[in-house]
Ligand binder design. Structure first.
Ligand code: MLC
Ligand code: AMP
Length: 479
């Protein structure tokens, strides 16, 4: 059973979930999920408009308890992305706490309103562990986002492994304010507390003031959240009373680690994961936490580093290798893409993460970066350069385009687009163009209109050259 705390056998010590001021008990959540289960009976896959709300929680839980695959849809999604996700996933219904949301105006499938106050019975026979629980859409280097199939068994294994590493129990109160459609906010941050039995306080947005006011024992954040908290020392100091601060989804800068320790007295736990693998490496609640280290494989997971020829690299804390993962938390493949799925696995069954790392003699990993510059991490969001390039190329005034991730103090990286196009083209137009079609965080924060793009002999755009030219202010005809 994925969510034993909702079985009806666990006493309701506190509200199960609080989103901003809206609360729901375990008993009421079970009943609301039961009403959702009745609405979606017979469907194979349902989409959920993943606003940060109790209605979203009821919709996701209703789907999971009835064995229907759930596809969370970002509420800031654009028209093209929404159409892709709904068509590709084959979702038959879309569940929404806000059925009148403008993004659903042209929704091609029936929209079913979710009312957290309704009551129903959840099906008694739970789905088999191999059943797909979630289909999470995630970006690759090229093309539209791919659907990552995650089984109930993988989700269970992933939550249990981190609960073990972090001594997470039902005595904890988890606080987080991350999106309810990615591994971090949804699987770890929502299904985690519902599985462990600890109450969740979701702050709707992860602002320093809201984290400070929440009074939890455990806090989750992406590095941008932690650096913003450090910039507000009074809010940061309020977290001193917590048991554990956890960072993940992108590298935590060393100065943020140090500031957080100075202000809260806590050395944060850093953990590493991916949509395809869930959380696989982590430092522990009961062990020293070193700056820059994402610790060791969690229970049920194995990790290794290999060189270009596939041979193991020495565990000396210095030699770079490609990080590969194996274990119980892995996905079941990309939906409809058996070839892409096969490409990501080695012949002996290890998943190629695409990240480069080192490992020490003691088995502690450090993530060095990504092998491909075409995967951008901005504010903890994984963004494929190719998807944004494809979108921009559909604009009638754009001739050539290159999208890169440029270093950014607050977000880690920011999306920057270099465009060769017609004279009259305005940068602002292109930002809105992307925002309308994809999601808000995918729109470029900077657009440079240039005369040409530097290319190598094979015609491939040299993205690192573009970044250097941008930094030195010498883009060809650039502004
Ligand atoms: C942003 N803004 C822009 C803009 N981009 N304005 C004009 N042009 C652009 N191109 C605006 C925004 O709309 C916002 O305005 C303001 O600038 C600040 O935006 P921001 O800097 O992006 O910050 P914010 O919206 O506050 O978001 C920061 C964040 C968010 C950290 C809260 O990035 C976030 O929720 N990240 C979490 C992503 C995540 O969950 N990743 C996990 C993936 S799972 P306004 O007016 O709206 O304020 C994973 C596995 C694992 O990775 O290991 O966990
Ligand atoms: P996503 O699929 O959105 O979950 O993003 C996964 C990617 O986030 C990984 O491949 C890494 O590049 C990055 N990532 C996650 N956690 C960390 C971390 N602790 N340190 C560095 N990178 C991380």
């Amino acid at each position: 059973m994925l969510l034993p705390s909702l079985s009806g056998d666990v006493p309701d010590r506190a509200d199960a979930v609080r989103v901003d001021g809206d609360v729901i008990s375990r008993e009421a959540l079970r009943a609301a999920a039961g009403a959702v289960a009745a609405d979606i009976a017979g469907a194979g896959t349902v989409a959920v408009l993943a606003t940060p709300s109790v209605a979203t929680v009821a919709a996701v839980v209703g789907g999971l308890l009835s064995g229907v695959a759930v596809v969370p849809v970002p509420p800031d999604t654009g028209a093209a992305e929404l159409a892709h996700v709904l068509t590709d996933s084959g979702a038959q219904l879309l569940l929404a706490g806000e059925p009148d949301a403008p993004v659903l105006a042209d929704c091609p499938i029936p929209v079913v309103p979710v009312d957290q106050g309704r009551r129903g019975e959840v099906p008694t026979s739970g789905p088999a562990p191999s059943t797909t629980g979630l289909i999470l859409y995630t970006s690759g280097t090229t093309g539209p986002p791919k659907g990552v199939l995650l089984s109930h068994a993988a989700i269970r294994a992933g939550i249990d492994a981190v609960a073990h590493a972090w001594d997470w129990t039902d005595e904890d109160v988890l606080v987080q304010g991350l999106p309810l459609y990615h591994v971090h906010g949804l699987i770890l941050g929502l299904l985690g507390p519902l599985r462990v039995g600890s109450p969740l306080v979701h702050t709707r947005r992860p602002t320093p003031a809201r984290y400070a006011a929440a009074g939890g024992s455990m806090y989750f954040g992406v590095p941008t959240v932690w650096s913003r908290i450090c910039a507000e020392p009074t809010a940061a100091r309020a977290l001193s009373a917590a048991r554990l601060l956890v960072s993940g989804s992108a590298p935590l800068p060393a100065p943020v680690f140090a500031e957080l320790e100075g202000l809260t007295g806590h050395r944060p736990v850093e953990r590493y994961g991916m949509t395809e693998t869930l959380i696989t490496l982590s430092t522990r609640a009961d062990e020293p936490r070193r700056v820059g280290s994402v610790g060791r494989p969690v229970r049920g997971v194995q990790a290794r580093l290999v060189d270009d020829a596939g041979a193991p690299v020495p565990a000396d804390g210095q030699t770079f290798g490609a990080l590969q993962i194996r274990g119980a938390t892995l996905f079941d493949g990309y939906l409809h893409l058996p070839d892409k799925t096969a490409e990501t696995f080695t012949a002996d069954g290890w998943f190629r993460t695409g990240d480069v790392a080192t490992v020490s003699e003691a088995g502690e990993y450090r993530i060095v970066g990504r092998a491909s510059a075409d995967i951008i991490k901005s504010g903890g969001y994984r963004i494929g350069a190719g998807e944004i390039e494809d979108c921009l190329l559909t604009h009638p005034q754009v001739r050539e385009v290159a999208v890169v991730g440029a270093p950014h103090d607050d977000l880690g990286q920011e999306v920057v687009a270099f465009i060769v196009g017609e004279q009259s083209l305005a940068a602002r137009t292109l930002v809105t163009y992307v925002e309308k079609r994809l999601a808000r965080h995918k729109r470029p924060r900077r657009v440079h209109l240039v005369e040409s793009l530097p290319r190598n002999a094979l015609g491939k755009v040299q993205k690192t050259t573009l970044l250097s030219l941008m930094e030195s202010g010498t883009l060809p005809g650039g502004n």
